[in-house]
Design a protein around this ligand. Sequence first.
Ligand code: ADP
Length: 400
Amino acid sequence: MKVIVINCGSSSIKYQLHDVSLDQVLAKGIVARIGEEGSSLRHQAGDTVIEKDVAASSHGEAFEVIRRALLDPEGGVMSGVSEISAVGHRVVHGGETFVDSVLITDDVVAKLEKCIPLAPLHNPANVIGIREARRILPDVPHVAVFDTAFHQTLPPKAYLYAVPYELYETHRVRRYGFHGMSYRYVSKRAAGLLEKPLNKVKMIICHLGNGVSMAALDGGKSVDTSMGLTPLEGLIMGTRSGDVDPGVIFFLHRELGLSVDRIEDLLNRESGLLGISGASNDMRDVIRKASEGNQRCRLALEGFAYRAKKFVGAYAAALGGLDALVFTAGIGENSPLVRQMICENLECMGISLDETKNEEAVGVEKLISTPTSRVSILVVPTDEERVIVMDTLAVAGLAG
Ligand code: ADP
């Protein structure tokens, strides 16, 4: 049985085709720069990698590109789209409406459209992706899996902003949190590695990728998380600022005459590692240039680790204790240096990193704390697509 996972952004569509029976990713890829100059396809099936320019002036055309890539004699993995049994859609924002994954119906699409004001940068593209995919595959179940759903267990003291309460009551302005699929997957794997029941573990998970967030989990349930109404709040990210004094926004508007749209762009696309370093949003580049003596890259790296360290302290306090500190996503899984910088001087909290194990842990599940560390430190590679496939099968009633 084949399930396809679709992650539709404003200018890109990522896809992964899974063979559930074989427990294998048959093909994955991305159509990038949709509706822009130089649209491109990157398609990978086993060892075959195809990269080429394509015509994709709309999301509809991009889906056609994906369909052809999956059926192509070179790099293709199916003889017809009718082999696909179900579609899982990653949807960024489910608001308070969606506390779990759902089977997509016209009513669900209408409710998703109502969530658009909460995530104007992400949800419109998710809805377009759902519409197009349902048009191409009208006879199979489509399931929406939400980044926000996992955090619907947050208590009000963690999700309310200290703004007039009516803004929450009327407009649902509150903290939502994101990366929910990652936290679900990683927390279960981490508890497995620790050989403890998940409902007995107090855990902080650091999801350090292009998007960066952290979550405090008590017994497997999210009790606090760093991203907020949108995925802009919290930690320093590739191009997103994370926390800034809201006064910065007024300053940029009043003193520099920047419009709201311009400021939104600046904080989402020109800030973070890229903003501080002026060199790159990619942590590998930042680390390399910092080691070559680039001061701005050093500042970006130090700021990144320092902010994450502060959240470790805050979340240990929120949890009233800590059993495990877990690193995941591109940076968390692959950078011993960043992990070491975050854990440095946290022995006072019972967090003690084993240098050798830390160096050895690149892209693999591994315990990297010293034998005497009170808190277990773990690396767990995330797999958000696997969660989407599992939920899609379960919600569609196809789980065997
Ligand atoms: P996304 O949020 O797009 O899924 P990823 O989880 O793939 O992102 O993470 C991308 C980030 O991981 C980039 O900043 C990249 O530089 C970083 N990264 C990947 N490998 C390494 C590495 N070996 N050392 C440091 N950073 C790495």
